[in-house]
Design a protein around this ligand. Structure first.
Ligand code: AHG
Ligand code: MN
Ligand code: MN
Ligand code: MN
Length: 331
């Protein structure tokens, strides 16, 4: 059987499911091409002098790594000229990026976390790129921050590229979740993981335990019950894995199941992860794969954002586990 490349897959989606206007297909292919360039930079590492700090900070209050900045620039340059976008927003930019005047504008908004898990980069552990696509509100050609503040349920596409032992792009256009592996010899993303599914049950969880003192009572109770193992209320032993890159945590869950939590981690903020370019795209993917995603109280995709860089608590993955966490918050 011939191999299904990302291009062929997208064209077939356009024909059969009628989910994919040509402009959106072009946009996804452009993001994929940018991710290949990021993958090359990530793979070269110290050989290309791309590791370490950039010496600048972002609006998140984080020190930017060189690769945070490089990946952001690659995504902007790849996507600004194609005519399918009205604007872009990124973890690494304070304000939305306006499409330069010499280029045509399109119907979509692209939001991204250019390099997810950047604390992993200098130690050669997986990092990723996360992206989300929204429609630009009708009649708007110069989108402002307010135009990006749409609930995640309005996403028309979302995905991530994971730069791990293999580079993989995992995508949804609202019709299930499909995974593509980069074939470095041909330069194509090839469909290797069709119809990815999150099993409803699991014995594996991911959370940064060092924040335990900041968690609220429902999360303390839930994790305590998992740690209690087979003799505890859940009646089974759980294993823990935590990579420190949401793209890798979600990928593990899409491949072999599990649950990932990033709850409230301090007095001042609800959690670390950003709603628009981390939680929403991942929630869309996980739901499309049959899993669930809440902030402990409500469905992530129903949250109406009030700020571009808004943070949110996240609990996603196996439906059974997310239901328990959400029930404990309601109790
Ligand atoms: P980013 O590198 O894009 O700022 O995001 C990192 C995020 C997320 O990917 C990960 O789950 C989490 O931060 C890890 O943070 P901690 O090290 O605080 O657990
Ligand atoms: Mn960051
Ligand atoms: Mn991130
Ligand atoms: Mn990032």
């Amino acid at each position: 059987m011939s191999r299904i490349t990302l291009s062929r897959f997208l064209i077939e989606q356009q024909r059969s499911a009628n989910l994919l206007p040509a402009e959106l297909r072009f946009l996804i292919e452009t993001v994929a091409r940018a991710c290949k360039a990021i993958s090359h930079a990530v793979n070269k590492g110290a050989l290309a002098g791309v590791l370490g700090e950039a010496g600048t900070g972002n609006i998140q209050g984080e020190a930017q790594k060189k690769l945070d900045v490089i990946a952001n620039d690659v995504l902007l340059e790849a996507n600004e000229w194609g005519g399918s976008l009205a604007g872009m927003a990124s973890e690494e930019m304070d304000l939305p990026y306006a499409i330069p005047g010499q280029y045509p504008k399109g119907a979509y908004l692209l939001l991204f976390d250019p390099l997810d898990g950047s604390s992993n980069i200098d130690v050669n552990i997986s990092v990723g790129t996360i992206f989300s696509v929204l429609r630009c509100p009708d009649g708007v050609t110069e989108p402002t921050e307010a135009d990006f503040l749409q609930p995640g349920s309005r996403q028309v596409a979302a995905g991530y590229t994971l730069y791990g032992p293999q580079t993989m792009l995992v995508l949804t256009v609202g019709n299930g979740v499909n995974g593509f592996t980069l074939d470095r010899e041909t330069g194509s993303f090839v469909l290797t993981h069709p119809g990815m599914q999150v099993p409803a049950e699991t014995r594996e969880f991911a959370i940064n335990m060092s924040n335990q003192r900041h968690w609220e009572a429902p999360v303390q109770r839930y994790i305590g019950e998992l740690l209690a193992g087979a003799t505890g209320p859940r009646g089974k032993d759980y294993n823990m894995r935590c990579v420190g890159a949401m793209a890798a945590e979600v990928h593990r869950i899409l491949v072999r199941g599990g649950v990932f939590l990033y709850p409230k981690d301090g007095a001042e903020r609800p959690g670390k992860l950003r709603l628009l370019y981390e939680a929403n795209p991942m929630a869309f993917l996980v739901e499309q794969a049959g899993g669930a995603a809440t902030d402990g109280r409500e469905r992530i995709l129903d949250i109406v954002p009030t700020e571009l860089h808004q943070r949110v608590a996240v609990c996603l993955g196996a439906r059974e586990e997310v239901d328990v966490v959400t029930r404990y918050h309601a109790a």
